[in-house]
Design a protein around this ligand. Structure first.
Ligand code: 13P
Ligand code: SF4
Length: 336
């Protein structure tokens, strides 16, 4: 296993890369991967992107099979948008702490207790919670969508309280926040980040808005994974500090081999605690067997799917043409 949890991938007597490529052709499959997947998975994917980009690709693809290398809510989103396709996820246990923080029955009660609020819900949630929501947002579409909602409309923002608080600060909108967190971004340490900054004066800090405010306060650029990647590619610095899941640095290192990218540290001063344990469940071996067996498959109950699609469609309409721009954190600061 490499430092970021990757495995080269081997099953006795099987060339996994060759087999994945053969099965992709045979099945007319598209492999979609999130930036938090291992380098091998990112490199074999047809498309690597942030949550919004991946939703759009899933909605538009001509493939018969979508092999989704990400977490379950992302693969579910693909199935909701493209129900006629077979959607496979290499490991069905690839969940998300934000999804777990927001059970549908509790979310329903919260909505019923606040009937004059609309629900803007982060895509990191179950299909059932999407079905109970009005508009889905991603980190790259939240701001553009919020700015289209009338000033006097009251809003619930769920389930990520840090993204919600950041959006509230950025747009000046007051929102009722669901108290969920991403365990990965929650683990960054402000003290250790300040130490790292002192060791690398001038290195810009690029941060995901799932980070707590104490981390975002020290960031030079805040945005979705694709926005962070874009900011990294535009840097003029020889060292960059990255406060999000460290597998995204694979794309940065490929694009800018002469720049040093350093993962923001957790409380032990080491960035490895910020590997997403759910994303890490997907491996090349499991991608191969999923393509071979067409299992595990994502299924979404039809009445939930129809309601969830309404809130996702609103996002896709309201987000406009932001594919690949990930512009929630449009460069606000010098250095990137
Ligand atoms: P984006 O890729 O949309 O920035 O979201 C990150 C995320 O939550 C993945 O866990
Ligand atoms: Fe969920 Fe956080 Fe992992 Fe993203 S990084 S899948 S938000 S736990």
């Amino acid at each position: 296993m490499d430092a970021r949890g990757g495995t080269g991938g081997s099953l006795a007597g099987v060339d996994i890369i060759e087999e994945i490529n053969r099965l992709r052709e045979e099945r007319n499959a598209v492999i979609l991967a999130h930036y938090y997947q291992t380098p091998e998975i990112q490199d074999i994917a047809d498309f690597v992107g942030d949550s919004l980009d991946l939703s759009r690709k899933a909605a538009d693809t001509d493939a018969d099979v979508i092999a989704f290398c990400g977490v379950r809510f992302m693969a579910e989103t693909a199935k909701i948008l493209s129900p006629e396709k077979t959607v496979i996820l290499p490991d069905m246990n690839a969940g998300c702490s934000l999804e777990d923080s927001c059970p549908p029955d509790k979310f329903r009660e919260f909505r019923e207790a606040n009937p004059d609020h609309i629900a803007l819900t982060y895509i990191n949630c179950s299909a059932a919670v999407k079905a109970l929501s009005d508009i889905i947002v991603t980190s790259s579409s939240a701001e553009i969508i919020l700015n289209q909602i009338p000033e006097d409309q009251k809003i619930i923002f769920a389930p990520d309280k840090h993204l919600g608080a950041y959006m509230a600060r950025k747009t000046g909108r007051e929102m009722l926040l669901w108290p969920g967190v991403c365990i990965v971004h929650e683990a960054f340490s402000e003290t250790e980040l300040l130490k790292l900054k002192a060791q690398h004066p001038g290195a810009p800090v690029l941060a995901h808005p799932e980070c707590p405010a104490a981390i975002l306060d020290h960031a030079d650029h805040i945005g979705s994974t694709s926005s962070i990647l874009k900011a990294a590619k535009e840097t003029e610095s020889d060292t960059v500090i990255v406060a999000t899941e460290p597998h995204i640095m694979h794309q940065m290192e490929k694009a800018l081999p002469d720049v040093t990218f350093i993962g923001a540290p957790g409380a032990d001063g080491n960035c490895n605690c910020n590997i997403c344990p759910y994303m890490a469940l997907n491996t090349m071996e499991k991608l191969y067997t999923a393509l071979r067996d067409l299992e595990p498959q994502i299924e979404v109950e039809e009445s939930i799917r129809i309601d969830a699609k309404k809130s996702l469609d609103r996002m896709l309409e309201m987000a406009g043409n932001t594919l690949g721009k990930g512009d929630v954190g449009a460069p606000e600061a010098a250095g990137v």
